[in-house]
Design a protein around this ligand. Structure first.
Ligand SMILES: Cc1ncc(C[n+]2csc(CCOP(=O)(O)OP(=O)(O)O)c2C)c(N)n1
Ligand SMILES: [Mg+2]
Length: 794
């Protein structure tokens, strides 16, 4: 480390100039990020009176770190998750690199403009990972690294893209999020490499100053997980001061200074620092000479010369770590929130904005002429051409590939139908059907060879209980190192034969569901991150989708493509009881964008939908797909189904007669109850229909879309559900039933003005068998018939 520092001393004119360039860029990033936010708040018309907002202090805190990274240390193949509220700094970086047009900088937080927090889908191809829900972007880098390992060990990686580092720049308060620690544990299990987390340790969160002792704990946690922890506490000026007489005492004083006092003194400035230091250390040898020689301004600059604001210290530390290898590393970079701005250090500065007057002072200090706010080299001391040439020469300025940073991969061909063993007449659950189909694909024979090679499965400790076992037996568990299955070697009977190997295609996770969704996100972005097409499948118990929901939303927000299989679901898993019985998941499926949700009842539908999922996940306008499955084994019908209707969300089992007064519509494993009720109903009500709903989500989404298009003057439609319901009388009744919240179907009446009698579950479940539970929750044939009778009352 010291050798590297030596190499950066101003004695070497070239390196001194290098540092000058970096300091100029740092200054520019500080200005541009603050000005973008100022412009958004004060210089654009405000029509609704709402504060536009933005985080000038959070940006200022991290400009030095981002300068050092983007203009010195980063290579094109590195991928970065930026702390959400530093978005403007990131956009300013891209502007200087010539990757973002100037006018975008005036469109922060504007409709059609730059998002408040970096967004892959909305801010363009330079954004590697979206961030916003704190903690998730950080953890994402660890899973992205695992997937990078995966594609390299499987020989799928593009030869022109070397493995990069996965880097998170994180706020210190983000480390309060539990998902970080879940990810750390999982990363340790998988021996994840090439991950850097750089903590912007400004000791402030949104509301307050972070407790002093916390980071001692956090540091220990990282070390326990096998990480390097590198602290960047003091800048070069402070280090030089410590070497002088009295310096040791000053260092102790700083080390002992509570976070809140340090912040307050930073805000108050030089005179306050002088008073506080001298009050405690006035009698220590050398202190007076050290302090008295400095003006208030110089003293303030010295005391705030923390490691995270000292470019030379930062690049020295990052380069040294780089030279040490690929061990995951956490950098704790001491910083000051709002550094260089009037509210530096103030505990309430998180959402603070500079006033117009403060901005004018800042402008003068930055030497920016009115009208030249966005000139990239305005107010700098280095000639523009020289700085421009430097920027063009930094490693990160090289394009990652001729296509840029956002890549793509050709689709994998999916055979017209998936291998389904004969189920007619047998009792099979959709969960078991899923396991069988996947295991058959897993043989990798004939047309299924390529498909099988691109599937990667993952599960949070529910691999066996979600029926992935046979697939895993065929394709193996992924691990950097080959490990035999001890039980198999000892000839101990077990249906699971889980050798671990670098070619394995199942990633076994611990129980933490957020990790599943973050890994699905990372796997489901491999085409755009690394140009490698994978078909990730994650399995989880349906109720615990809720446990990982924010990470699932995060995965979809980024546009990741995967197949989520949640099973078992609903009260139909019966004896397992209330905590495992999901109620709201069909509504999540309907309300989550970029996720297409299905619930088949029979294996023929399932096979159609699994195939559709593999196709849809790969389409440019496709999305992730969710299958909600069940452990209830149903006798499989012998029939022909229309795949297009199953995919569109519903198909008639018994079509209604024209003008029919009633239909029963069911979804998922309550099919036998609906069928029984329908048989009974038909004896009295000629022409009634029986509808199988495979996706209220698809039906609703298409119907909404058609409505919107019609309102804008298009001749759209009819929507699938309009066509399906058309034969029924205008005032017909629809008795609907699912093992989930009835609101999933309640909207069907709006399609043609028909009357809906929705049955479903709207209370917590409990233990029982299916007959008892279906009776108690009103899903059995009697309940359906009662609803039909009520519906047919004159
Ligand atoms: C999951 C989540 N909870 C709450 C917030 C609201 N929030 C945004 S920033 C922030 C504090 C962040 O503090 P820190 O990470 O230390 O960032 P910095 O000090 O660098 O601004 C909070 C609570 C959020 N964005 N995400
Ligand atoms: Mg903070």
């Amino acid at each position: 480390m010291s050798a590297l520092f030596e190499s950066l001393t101003p004695a070497d004119a070239g390196l001194a100039r290098h540092l000058t360039y970096l300091r100029e860029i740092e200054r520019k990033l500080l200005w541009l990020s603050a000005w973008m936010i100022h412009h958004a708040n004060h210089l654009r018309p405000n029509r609704d009176g709402l504060k536009v907002g933005g985080h000038q202090a959070s940006c200022a805190s991290v400009v030095s770190i981002m300068t050092a990274l983007y203009f010195d240390v980063l290579r094109p193949e590195d991928r970065v998750a930026i702390k959400p509220h530093a978005g403007p700094v990131f956009h300013a970086v891209n502007y200087l690199l010539g990757r973002l047009p100037r006018e975008r900088l005036t469109m922060l937080r504007q409709f059609g403009g730059l998002q408040s927090y970096p967004s892959r889908m909305k801010d363009g191809p330079e954004v590697d990972y979206s961030t916003g829900s704190v903690g998730l972007g950080v953890a994402m880098t660890s899973f992205a690294s695992l997937m990078q390992q995966y594609i390299h060990l499987h020989g799928l990686a593009r030869p022109d893209i070397p493995p990069g580092r996965q880097i998170a720049i994180t706020g210190d308060a983000e480390l309060d999020e539990g998902n970080i620690y879940e990810a750390l544990l999982e990363g340790w299990k998988h021996d994840v490499r090439n991950v850097w987390w750089i903590v912007d340790y400004n000791r402030q969160s949104l509301d307050s100053v972070v407790p002093d002792r916390l980071f001692g704990r956090i540091e220990g946690l990282f070390r326990d997980m096998g990480w390097n922890v590198v602290t960047l506490k003091y800048g070069k000026k402070l280090q030089a001061a410590f070497a002088q007489e009295g310096g040791e005492a000053l260092r102790h004083w700083i080390d002992d200074c509570p976070n809140s006092l340090y912040s307050a003194l930073t805000f108050q400035g030089g005179a306050a620092w002088r008073q506080a230091v001298l009050a405690d250390l006035g009698r220590s040898r050398g202190i007076r000479a050290l302090i008295d020689s400095l003006s208030d301004e110089e003293l303030s600059a010295l005391m705030t010369n923390l490691g995270g604001h000292d470019i030379a210290s930062i690049i020295e530390t990052l380069r040294a770590t780089e030279a040490e290898g690929d061990k995951p590393t956490c950098f704790i970079a001491y910083t000051i929130k709002g550094m260089g701005l009037p509210f530096a250090g103030h505990k309430d500065n998180h959402a603070g904005l500079m006033t117009k007057e403060q901005m004018e002072e800042f402008r003068a200090r930055m030497r920016i002429r009115p009208g030249h706010e966005l000139d990239p080299f305005e107010g700098l001391e280095v000639p523009a051409e020289e700085l421009q040439a430097f920027i063009r020469s930094v490693p990160f300025a090289r394009p990652l590939t001729p296509e840029g940073r956002r890549l793509s991969a050709p689709p994998i061909a999916i055979p017209m139908s998936l291998p389904v063993s004969k189920t007619e007449g047998r009792r099979v659950s959709t969960q078991a059907g899923f396991g069988d189909i996947l295991a058959e694909i897993g043989r990798g024979q004939g047309p299924f060879q390529e498909l099988a090679s691109r599937i990667v499965t993952m599960s949070p400790d529910v691999t066996v209980s979600t029926s992935l076992g046979p697939w895993v037996n065929r394709r193996g568990v992924f691990n950097r190192y080959s490990r035999n299955d001890v039980f198999r070697d000892a000839k101990l009977a077990s249906p699971q034969r889980w050798g671990m190997m670098p070619q394995g295609q199942h990633i076994e996770l611990g129980i933490a569901e957020q990790n599943l969704f973050l890994l699905l996100a990372a796997a489901g972005l491999q085409d755009s991150l690394n140009g490698v097409r994978l078909l990730p499948i994650g399995t989880v118990y349906d109720p615990f989708v809720n446990r990982g929901l924010d990470a699932l939303i995060y995965a979809c927000y980024q546009g990741a493509r995967f197949l989520l299989v949640s099973t078992p679901s609903g009260i139909t898993l019966a004896p397992e009881g209330g905590q495992h019985q999901s109620v709201n998941t069909p509504l999540i499926g309907m309300s989550l964008d970029r996720l297409v949700a299905y619930e088949p009842a029979y294996v023929d539908e399932l096979a159609v939908l699994m195939r559709h999922a593999f196709v849809h996940m790969q389409e440019p306008e496709g999305s992730a797909v969710w299958l909600r499955l069940s452990t209830r084994a149903l006798p499989q019908p012998k029939r022909e189904i229309d795949p297009a209707a199953v995919i569109a969300g519903a198909h008639w089992i018994v079509p209604p007669r024209d003008g029919a007064r009633i239909a029963i519509a069911y979804q998922g494993p309550v099919a036998p109850e609906a069928e029984a009720a329908f048989a009974e109903l038909s004896t009295e009500e000629n022409g009634a229909g029986l509808l199988a709903i495979t996706s209220p989500d698809r039906l609703y989404a298409e119907w909404l879309d058609v409505g919107r298009r019609r309102r804008s003057g298009e001749r759209a439609g009819p929507a699938h559900i309009e066509r399906l319901l058309a034969p029924l009388a205008r005032n017909a009744a629809l008795v609907t039933v699912l093992d989930g919240h009835p609101a999933a179907h309640a909207w069907l009446g709006a399609v043609r003005g028909q009357r809906v009698f929705p049955l479903g579950v709207d209370r917590f479940g409990q233990s029982g068998d299916i007959p008892d539970l279906y009776r108690a929750y009103g899903l059995d044939a009697d309940a359906i018939l009662d609803a039909c009778a009520a519906a047919l009352l004159p």
